[in-house]
Each structure stands twice: as structure tokens, then as C-alpha cells.
Design a binder for this molecule. Structure first.
Ligand code: URA
Length: 223
């Protein structure tokens, strides 16, 4: 089971609009329009741009991160900062071109707080993740990916199970919605924070690589 279930009647107007569109691209754009206008939690107050997600509407692999950071908030695109650079390298090594996957986050607006007069990123709060989850559910329903890869603990907790332990449970398959499989691995930003030689970053990269190979092999065998 996963947390990606349909349960909010207040999304009926969005669902009705999506139902009128004929292609998955148009349907995703309809969801994106609602996300850009969303005021369901307080994150809209500080956003410059919402970040609905981007990629192929027919993606077999969907990638779900924690939430937009400063660069993503400026550009309105997911994973365009340093962590995005490492994600691009990981995807390229596993032979998943970025444009072949769909990349999004559990919250679509930057979560931040004022520290010493500056806005700094923070992890999204449970009410923010809960408010935003119905958008992710609809993106999954439209794309129907075979695999949903959660990057990092907040994404895995928001998608797979609130008690998910990223160190102990990464690389394990879980049942997802619409016939998909869920899996989690470490977030690229977590690897980058470890730094250079002797920091453990190398070992983390190896584990992420194991997880990416597992996904690649599954997708190759599932056709
Ligand atoms: N980190 C995330 O989790 N998501 C992004 O979009 C960028 C960085």
C-alpha cells in the first residue's frame, strides 16, 4: 500500500477539467495550472513560482523529491540546482535521459523560513505534504508510471509510509497505485552534503547506483 490514494472531494472541479482533455500532456498541464494557482497551504505566500514538475507524460519512471529549493522557486522547474546536477548524472549513468522520466516533488512550492533575515529551505511540514499530495496522485494517475522513485526520507515518508526509514528500507520494492511499484533511495543533496574523500559519500553513491540498477533491470524486464 502507499499514501497515494484519492480522497478529496474538493478536487472534483480539477478532475472534471482533466476529464475534458484528451491527451496526457494536456491533462498534466491542467493539473499544473491548478498547482500554480494553489493556496491550499501557506507555502503560496513566499513562492515566486510553483514547481509542478516536468518530463514525459508517458514516463515509465517518475521521480519524486522533497520540494523545490531556491533555484527551482526562481525557475519554476524541478531539480535545476546542485542536487539536480547530481540527479542528472545519476540518471545519465543509469541510461534514463532526463526528458524520458517525469520529475516532481511531494510539495510543489518551496518550504522556507526566515533565518537571520534570509529565507532558508526547510523540510515541508506534514500538513503541507498532505495538502499537496492530491496533485501528485493525479500526476501519477495521468502518467501511470511503472516505477515511482522517492528521493530521500521526506519524499518516502510522504509517498510510501509515514514511518519509512530511508537507511533501513531504501532499495526495497513497495506496492504503488495504478499498478506501479515504489522504491526509495538517498537524496542527491544528502550525498552532496557529505562532501569529499572519507566522508561516506562514495558508499552512499554505490548504494544509489545499486538502487538505480534494480530499477533499470525491472523496467527492462517489465517491457
Ligand atoms: N531538491 C528536491 O527535493 N527537489 C527539487 O526540485 C530540488 C531539490
Amino acid at each position: 500500500m502507499s499514501l497515494l490514494t484519492r480522497n478529496l472531494d474538493m478536487f472534483d472541479p480539477l478532475d472534471a477539467e482533466v476529464a475534458q482533455k484528451t491527451t496526457p500532456e494536456e491533462q498534466l498541464e491542467t493539473v499544473a495550472g491548478h498547482i500554480r494557482a494553489c493556496e491550499l497551504c501557506g507555502l503560496y505566500r513566499t513562492r515566486r513560482n510553483a514547481v509542478p514538475g516536468e518530463g514525459s507524460a508517458g514516463a515509465k519512471l517518475m521521480i519524486v523529491g522533497e520540494g523545490p529549493g531556491d533555484n527551482e522557486d526562481i525557475q519554476g522547474r524541478p531539480f535545476v540546482g546542485k542536487a539536480g546536477g547530481l540527479l542528472d548524472k545519476i540518471l545519465a549513468a543509469a541510461e534514463f535521459p532526463r526528458e524520458s522520466v517525469f520529475i516532481t516533488n511531494i510539495v510543489k512550492c518551496r518550504a522556507c523560513e526566515l533565518v537571520d533575515g534570509k529565507l532558508q529551505n526547510r523540510a515541508p511540514l506534514a500538513p503541507e505534504t498532505n495538502a499537496c499530495r492530491p496533485y501528485l496522485v493525479r500526476q501519477v494517475e495521468i502518467i501511470q508510471p511503472r516505477v515511482i522513485l522517492c528521493l530521500g526520507s521526506p519524499a518516502a515518508k510522504g509517498v510510501i509510509d509515514g514511518g519509512f526509514n530511508i537507511t533501513g528500507q531504501r532499495g526495497e520494492w513497495h506496492e504503488g497505485p495504478f499498478g506501479s511499484r515504489l522504491i526509495a533511495t538517498f537524496h542527491p543533496a544528502f550525498i552532496l552534503r557529505r562532501g569529499g574523500a572519507g566522508s561516506g559519500a562514495r558508499e552512499l553513491k554505490k548504494l544509489v547506483w545499486d538502487d538505480m540498477k534494480k530499477i533499470r533491470d525491472y523496467l527492462a524486464s517489465a517491457g
